[in-house]
Design a protein around this ligand. Structure first.
Ligand SMILES: Nc1nc2c(ncn2[C@@H]2O[C@H](COP(=O)(O)OP(=O)(O)OP(=O)(O)O)[C@@H](O)[C@H]2O)c(=O)[nH]1
Ligand SMILES: [Mg+2]
Length: 641
């Protein structure tokens, strides 16, 4: 086994049909990229072809050869996604042609970083002035693009002229390129799937990021199916591990050929999530038609093609050459990450109309308007820490673990754990066990809680406060329970709130009563006390004393502070009476071993209705325990129920 391979580079061809892309690949590598029988018969490339090239520096690069035919742009797009450097081929006899332009447009949208231009078939041109003219044309074409200033090498795939220079220039340009990230999650858009006799299913693709080791389990997206990598091939050689920037063939276990197709993505499990809605920045080509809001377009990302609609946010149409923040609503799942580049083509006729960059994956629906576009612009400018903070903020009071954030941000959980630490340290994010919360959201909710308590005290000074659970659901809707507990604890420690009989209240608050309320409280308590073991129904008490809201208020206050206890709906005992019955129940059970409803009825000289309500109440608070139709004392009963 060798040491971990360094990330590699992929060189791709581009250019008009018949300009000699495949011929150049063959001349440079000795490998014919046109592998299909139909391609050989028709003398044109139909689908992607692959080869590899050893450069003078000693590095071996993967080569992707694309078709030039205008009807095969879809295949070209599947190959263009993973390129580091493009070899733009322009036939010297024909010069710049429509797909020379269209391929260049696509490569610009995809942010291909570097390139070399081959002015090919120079053996067919005798007039050097013509070559100069074509070269000027090419210079005009690439002016203002990533190919401006790129070397133009005059070549002939037929005679071999210029090929040494071409190889040297490719090598030199790659020297200047930073390698792809090898430490990110695995991401491999599938470009080919086939079954090999006695070998099972094989997929090929360009590894965009991360590294894959033999034996590892990957996830197929969008289906989410798990697959194991049995064997890895890189440039036709078996290896134990591949890194980003490699043409890769994987022999997979646990999957049928029919379960896989071009357009799918293999990824580190849990790091990517299919989406149908995307926040994007789009740009339309100067020569494109006007694109109205809701235009139906074809969306290309990686090796995938999906239909979508363009939801313009701050305008009704995108003018040719214009740019805008927008949403794409896709008709099928796409596997995308922030920062990915994509291409848009018209549904019909099939022409490239634009492209752009993903700003957010599965974003909330945005109401159209300038504010939505401005929010998207801010989001697009945010740095990784700000994005992480925002992803946490979007989870509001429910909070998120790094494992939950990983697919949202397309990062490994351990990378996110490192990124979140400074946010916790500087107080922007609260951590409770393994969950993270936006400090601003917690702050707002805490203020809401204090305001809610103050409000309640003002409106209902006779109440102790608000039941803890009700306070949570009103001030911390959908909030994490541990977060709420932590906030209450912190506020209690700071002396702002307190908990009494399960009611949350501001620390200084005590229930207060108006003189009529105070008088009524005494009268109501007296009525229930006098009822003893057969207390009156609340409605009867009300009828004798005071009807209406004042009675309801006073009764509630007596129930909340425990002066009265509602043992069953409509059955209310005075607290002291209840203690007396409990003492009698306990004494009876200790003497007789158990108590029945009839025994308690006789013991209290009351009716069966009260005896039953009392015993069920004692069962409920786990003072007694029911065994058949008798009650015994519960093992760990409250001292005084
Ligand atoms: N004379 C001459 N012919 C060439 C040269 N390069 C390619 N050809 C011929 O041009 C024709 C097209 O070459 P390909 O390599 O298939 O062209 P391509 O760009 O790959 O075409 P597509 O893949 O269909 O877009 C073939 O007949 C080649 O033999 C060259 O440098 N000189
Ligand atoms: Mg070809």
């Amino acid at each position: 086994m060798t040491a971990a391979p360094t990330p590699g580079f992929i060189v791709g061809t581009a250019g008009h049909i018949d300009h000699g892309k495949s011929a150049l690949v063959r001349a440079l590598t000795g490998i014919d990229p046109d592998r299909l029988e139909e391609e050989k018969r028709r003398g044109m490339t139909i689908d992607l072809g692959f080869a590899h090239l050893d450069l003078p520096s000693g590095r071996r690069v993967g080569i992707v050869d694309v078709p030039g035919h205008e009807r095969l742009i879809k295949n070209m797009l599947a190959g263009a996604g993973g390129l580091d450097l493009v070899l733009l081929v322009v036939a010297a006899d024909e010069g710049v042609m429509p797909q020379t332009r269209e391929h260049l447009d696509i490569l610009r949208f995809l942010h291909v970083r570097a390139g070399v231009i081959a002015l090919n078939k120079v053996d067919l041109v005798e007039d050097p002035a013509w070559l100069d003219l074509v070269e000027e044309d090419v210079a005009r074409l690439v002016a203002g693009t990533f190919l401006e200033g790129a070397p133009v090498i005059r070549t002939s795939a037929r005679t071999g002229e210029g090929l040494t220079d071409l190889v040297a220039e490719i090598d030199r340009r790659l020297d200047a390129l930073a390698p792809r990230p090898g430490d990110g999650p695995v991401r491999l858009p599938v470009d080919r799937v086939f079954a090999m006799a006695g070998f099972g299913t094989v997929v090929t693709g360009t590894l965009w990021s991360g590294r894959i080791r033999a034996g590892e389990t990957l996830e197929v997206l969008p289906s989410g199916m798990g697959v194991r990598v049995r064997q890895i091939e890189r440039h036709g050689e078996r290896v134990e591990e591949v890194s980003a920037g490699s043409r890769t063939a994987l022999n997979l276990v646990g999957v049928e050929r029919a379960d896989l197709a071009r357009g799918m993505v293999l990824a580190t499990p849990g790091t990517l999530r299919p989406a149908t809605s995307l926040d994007v920045h789009v740009r339309s080509l100067p020569g494109a038609p006007l694109l109205p809001h809701l235009s139906r377009l074809r969306f290309y990302l990686g090796t995938a093609e999906v239909l979508c609609r363009l939801h313009l946010l701050d305008r009704d149409r995108l003018a040719p050459g214009g740019e805008a923040f927008a949403q794409l609503r896709c008709e099928g799942p796409v596997v995308a990450l922030r920062g990915d580049r994509f291409v848009l083509r018209r549904y019909s006729p099939l022409v490239t109309v634009g492209g752009g960059e993903i700003v957010a994956v599965n974003p909330p629906r945005r109401r159209r308007g300038a504010a939505a576009a401005a929010a998207l612009a801010d989001l697009s400018a945010a740095d990784p820490a700000a994005l992480l903070w925002q992803a946490i903020a979007e989870r509001a009071l429910a909070g998120a673990t790094v494992a939950m954030l990983a697919p949202v941000l397309g990062q490994r959980p351990e990378v996110l754990a490192a990124q979140v630490a400074p946010l916790v340290a500087d107080g922007r994010v609260h951590q409770i066990r393994d969950r993270f919360f936006d400090a601003r959201a917690v702050e707002r909710a805490t203020e809401r809680l204090l305001a809610l308590l103050a409000d309640t005290h003002r409106q209902s000074p006779w109440r102790i406060g608000i039941p803890r659970e009700e306070a949570k659901s009103r001030a911390f809707p959908d909030g994490d329970d541990r977060l709420f507990a932590a906030v209450v604890e912190r506020q209690a420690a700071a002396g702002t709130v307190a908990l009494t009989r399960g009611f949350l209240h501001l620390a200084g608050h005590r229930p207060t009563f108006t003189p009529p309320e105070g008088a009524l409280r005494e009268a109501v308590v007296r009525a229930f006390r006098e009822g003893g073991f057969a207390p009156p129904a609340p409605a009867e008490v009300a009828a004798g004393l005071a009807e209406g809201p004042i009675f309801a208020r006073v009764l509630q206050s007596l129930l909340e502070d425990g002066t009265l206890v509602e043992v069953a709906p409509g059955v209310v005992f005075a607290g002291g009476v209840l203690e007396e019955t409990a003492r009698r129940v306990a004494a009876h059970i200790q003497g007789a071993g158990a108590i029945t409803v009839a025994e308690l009825r006789d013991l209290l000289g009351t009716s069966r209705k009260y005896a039953l309500a009392l015993l069920e109440y004692y069962d409920g608070i786990r003072f007694t325990r029911r065994v058949g139709d008798r009650r015994v004392l519960a093992a760990s009963r409250p001292a005084v129920p």
